[in-house]
Ligand binder design. Sequence first.
Ligand code: PLP
Length: 388
Amino acid sequence: MKLAARVNEVSPSLTLVITAKAKAMKAKGIDVCSFSAGEPDFPTPQHICEAAQRAIDDGKTRYGAVTGELKLREAIAKRLQTKNKLSYSPDNIIVTNGGKHSLYGLIQALIEAGDEVIIPAPYWVSYPEMVKLAGGTPILIETSAANNYRITTEQLREAITDKTKLLVLNSPSNPTGTVYPPAEIRAIADIVVEQDILVVSDEIYENILYDDAEHLSIGAVNPEIFARTITSNGFAKSYSMTGWRVGYAAGPLEIIQAMAKIQGHSTSNICSFAQYGAIAALENSQDCVQEMLNAFAERREFIYQAINGIPALSCPKPDGAFYVFVDISKTGLKSLEFCNSLLDSYQVATIPGIAFGADNCIRISYATSLDTIKQGIERLSNFVNSLT
Ligand code: PLP
């Protein structure tokens, strides 16, 4: 069978592949410590579930507006105004099938052959593949632990050509947990405006911030950058709603309407009653977000100390999200070999850095219980010791 050429251009998501392998091992009764999933381990808060159940009882089970329920878009607009200082009307917002599909729809709407998209590396696995699926060219900017995995303005300037259409910014970052301080966001915004390109700001981890880390939405810097920004977000990480598949994009009307056109021919509206859960998430107390953050903060402290206590491993302290990005260079192994051996021999699932464009690293998600973390770190330590 001859598949479309575009399929051969993209790699399968290694995150999903390893997570599935770990799940299959668990299903066979093998005791796996899983650090692979980018998914909070808490149940979705009860009041959110109840709102969706009520929506089903109230008959909110029919096709709806392609861009999402007006009530949800109003709630998102209000949240973006009060929390992020971004003034969008509901017409500037499209509700999508998770944050992933908001980014996919955006890239489909904007990018075509000949366009370059700048992506800081390490990057979230799907960005380059989405660009390739749209026929565009991903342009990677390398960063390292030495500069906290953040691009510099010099690097950004150098990467921009007359083909550059879009910069992808992800702060807090998956996989590194780095957060761009407001001054750096402002400096990047100046270049985006000066060079007249667009920026998509993937803010899906904006609520998971530690110590005094501060999140500034790049679109809020000034009106010039606002006109060139698309803000992407979702409910999965903040509210432990990964399976609900509700995300959104907010941006200039022309772009949102283009995304709606594509969505109208691909997914139609997002699950109707899931949107009522999302409304409840935004309109009720945010204590649940804080409770999850407190748990992540405790785990982060433990895992950061524990990893850096293993002689051949090191990682910077993440400022946000729920990942540590661990340098494994001193073990002499490449990331895929490291992760496969660790899973096969010590039953610990982690994600090889090569999936994120950094073959000297692995990603450990600490969205799992402290007990699992303690046990997994001990096994990881034994594995690394066995290599020397
Ligand atoms: N952006 C980043 C950086 C992510 O890590 C993820 C999920 O892992 C997403 C977007 C998409 O999230 P979802 O589609 O579950 O809302």
